[in-house]
Design a protein. Structure first.
Length: 413
């Protein structure tokens, strides 16, 4: 694919905003602290005139940043693997591009190397205090359709907060008021507070590096193996079959915080949990056994667990070992591949129906094909999400993918 980059702008808040430094919570500063990529595609329509699109997006983005001003700021290292957010209205980057390709060439929109040209590239050789927290790229296609690619800093927001911003930006573009005001105060998760010396001392193994294959002392060779991505689709009937195979019990994990975080909390409010078993047990026992291990891990997450996790991280001299700063294309950072699987759920996120005034997208999804071995993402099917159909986006080593597909669909086709 050939993409011509026409213009690059810096979009700043339309009005003066608060300036100063915001402490980040511990959950903001661990795991993936680089940018997360998403992409939307829109078909050609009478309302989709590129000059109007660019003007509308830039103007509404500027007005949205008045409310979501942390995204116009920059991160800054403060020592010991810790960051703070500098609210300085430096702005976000907005890129205008065009391609002679057509939307039809993307088929079912499965992640492909062509996405690299439609999503802004983040140059991590630039000092972090100079990197925009949000970069947007609009690409016009020969057919008249467009793509809207985002990269947004995971150190500032999680998926829920990122989609909150994007949906409110779209509301502003349509001339509507904000639906949910954002809560910027990260003191709700004790951001910037010193550690508490007393309190529960729970084991937080989820923050350790995952295990290696038997006989290996490092994961260097596993990192080098070629990987591939599959989009595994599940109809509602297949999902129901899997539920019946996994368990006949219902599970309501509830909200882990007491009191719950308010709607509109703007930051990271998720944490990892781990389910552990041996390969022998997983192979010899029915699917319900694996499901029970996952269910048990989830039910351990309550307010006490969350608060103790915060204290555990606050007590660490340095947070670097808990960060995935270089994991995407390097040999540094945690590796969650063979023999491990990392599953992230987008099932409850308000992903679809993003309308800036020219109609809803024809597809939305993760904007990368560079996932690492063992990464998996559960998301509602774009076309059939209302009936409960799902898609599992999975990255595995090439040598294992076909066997996994066969096993995945066994007994549910």
């Amino acid at each position: 694919m050939v993409v011509s980059y026409k213009s690059s702008y810096t979009v700043k808040p339309a009005e003066p905003t608060w300036t100063g430094s915001l402490s980040l919570s511990e959950w903001d500063q661990i795991g993936c602290i680089t940018h997360v990529l998403t992409i939307y595609f829109y078909q050609s329509s009478q309302k989709l005139l590129i000059d109007t699109v660019i003007t509308t997006l830039k103007d509404s983005l500027s007005r949205a940043l008045v409310h979501f001003y942390p995204l116009a700021g920059r991160l800054r290292w403060i020592g010991h693997g810790r960051l703070e957010l500098v609210c300085n209205a430096a702005g976000v980057q907005f890129i205008e591009a065009e391609s002679q390709s057509k939307l039809d060439s993307f088929g079912d929109f499965s992640p492909s190397p062509e996405y690299d040209f439609l999503i802004p590239n983040v140059d991590y050789t630039i000092p972090i205090q100079e990197l925009p927290l949000l970069i947007v790229q609009v690409t016009k296609f020969q057919c008249g359709g467009i793509s809207l690619g985002f990269t947004i800093s995971h150190a500032v927001v999680d998926g829920q907060s990122a989609l909150h911003f994007i949906s409110e930006w779209a509301r502003i573009a349509r001339g509507e008021a904000l639906a949910v005001s954002l809560i910027i105060d990260r003191k709700l998760l004790r951001a910037g507070d010193p550690p508490v010396l007393s309190g529960p001392n729970l084991d937080h193994k989820e923050l350790n590096h995952p295990p290696l294959l038997i006989g290996q002392t490092n994961n260097i060779e596993e990192r080098k193996k070629k990987t591939t991505i599959a989009m595994l689709k599940l109809t509602k009937s297949q999902v129901d079959k899997l539920k019946n195979m996994a368990t006949n019990e219902s599970l309501n994990t509830g909200r882990p915080y007491a009191p719950p975080l308010p709607p509109g909390y703007f930051g990271n409010a998720t944490l990892d949990v781990i389910a552990v078993s041996s390969s022998g047990e997983l192979i010899s026992k029915p699917l319900g056994y694996a499901a029970s291990k996952i269910r048990k891990a989830i039910t351990t997450v309550n307010d006490e667990y969350v608060r103790s996790g915060i204290e555990f991280l606050k007590s660490q001299a340095d947070l670097t070992k808990f960060q995935d700063l270089h994991a995407l294309r390097g040999d540094d950072g945690p590796f969650y591949g063979n023999p491990n699987i990392e599953a992230v759920s987008w099932l409850t996120l308000p992903m679809y129906g993003l309308d800036f005034g020219w109609g809803r997208e024809v597809y939305m999804g993760p904007g990368t094909h560079h996932d690492l071995d063992g990464d998996s993402l559960l998301l509602p099917s774009h076309d059939d999400h209302e009936d409960g159909s799902l898609v599992v986006a999975l990255c595995l080593q090439v040598s294992h993918m076909e066997a996994f597909k066969n096993h995945f669909y066994q007994d549910i086709l």
